[in-house]
Design a binder for this molecule. Structure first.
Ligand code: G3I
Length: 313
């Protein structure tokens, strides 16, 4: 059986994957991607980001994003919007714009409102990666101009554009308990006390073989106790190459550990892997010498990690 079929049989909403437009010319890849038994949810790895959707101020380009969205919606699958506000993959007009607070407020409102309104009835990573690893807020054009209020502005604009969308904040290194997770919990508590809409927190889960945090399940439960849901949004488990049988076996256990934690927590609604094949993983480009992070190898053959995922549900 496929991963989505197993996940849904176990009571989760979906098992999904990220994908990217250049990959869609690979017919063997697309055949797996379009198998609803494997994937019940799709995230655009790049083409709904700000540089792709509003390359010039007020000029919105949705052709690439729409191609990904149709993969999901034409097959009756869920789409995760990714993302409205992030300090990376911004067009130059945003970073170089030198906008005052009032100007940047309306820019964030217009951007989030337009993209969330375009992809309606979906889940959105409205705010992406707001924290540094020490739990302080990332210094970027948004925080430096608006303070933490940029988060309120983005979430409120998203809710106004689509009252039915699930609104998330998404980050990495918050999967285990610690200062960054605590900072995120404090942010959620603060937003809720202000009446700002927040429905969930995304645990990216870009892990290293043998290093899945032991507090993953406990930490999920602590987030859910705040009155929100959580999702695993960008799961992969990288290793230092070359891959060995022992590393692949540990990787299988690591995938299983993550699924088991989500499965144990009712408020963990679903799992997304950050592409399903080593052929298209972001890891080697970002971490030279590392890779083999996905459940399918570069020849589109299932690895032990695939069985680890199935075993976790
Ligand atoms: O589009 C250009 C292309 O024109 C150019 O020829 C090529 C040369 O390098 O670069 C292409 O842009 C790349 C882009 O992906 C599209 O492929 C960028 O260099 C590359 O940096 C960019 O990487 C993306 C990364 O986000 C940017 O930070 C990855 O594909 C994407 O998987 C990754 O995803 C992020 C999530 O959004 C947030 N969480 C972490 C995750 C992994 O970094």
């Amino acid at each position: 059986a496929g991963l989505n079929a197993v996940a849904q049989a176990a009571g989760k909403l979906y098992f999904g994957t990220a994908t990217d437009n250049p990959e869609l010319t690979d017919t063997a890849y697309v055949a797996i991607l379009n198998d609803n038994e494997q994937f019940g949810q799709i995230t655009a790895a790049n083409s709904m980001k700000w540089d792709a959707t509003e390359p010039e101020q007020g000029v919105f380009t949705f052709a690439q994003g729409d191609q990904i969205a149709e993969l999901a919606t034409n097959n009756g699958r869920l789409l995760r919007g990714h993302n409205c506000v992030w300090d990376q993959q911004l067009p130059a007009w945003v970073t170089a714009g030198n906008f005052n607070a009032a100007e940047l407020t309306s820019i964030v409102q217009n951007h989030c409102g337009t993209v969330v309104g375009h992809y309606k009835g979906q889940v959105w990573d409205v705010v992406n990666e707001p924290f540094n690893d020490d739990g302080t807020f990332t210094s970027d054009v948004f925080f430096d101009t608006l303070g933490t209020n940029y988060i309120n502005i983005a979430l409120e604009a998203a809710r106004a554009a689509d009252p039915n969308a699930k609104l998330y904040i998404n980050d990495f290194n918050i999967e285990g308990t610690g200062v960054k997770a605590t900072a995120m919990k404090n942010l959620v508590t603060s937003l809720k006390s202000q009446g700002v809409p927040i429905d969930g927190v995304g645990f990216e889960s870009h892990f290293i073989v043998g290093e899945v945090p032991s507090t993953l399940q406990q930490n999920m439960e602590e987030f859910i106790a705040l009155g929100i849901e959580v999702a695993i949004t960008e799961l992969d488990v990288r290793m230092t190459l070359p891959e060995t049988a022992a590393l692949l076996e540990q990787q299988k256990n690591d995938y299983q550990t993550v699924i088991t934690a989500c499965q144990a927590v009712e408020g963990c609604v679903g799992i997304t892997i950050w592409d399903f094949t080593d052929k298209f993983s972001w890891v080697p480009g970002a971490f030279p010498g590392q890779g083999a992070a996905c459940p399918w190898d570069a020849n589109l053959v299932k690895k032990p990690a695939f069985d680890g995922i199935v075993a976790g549900f």
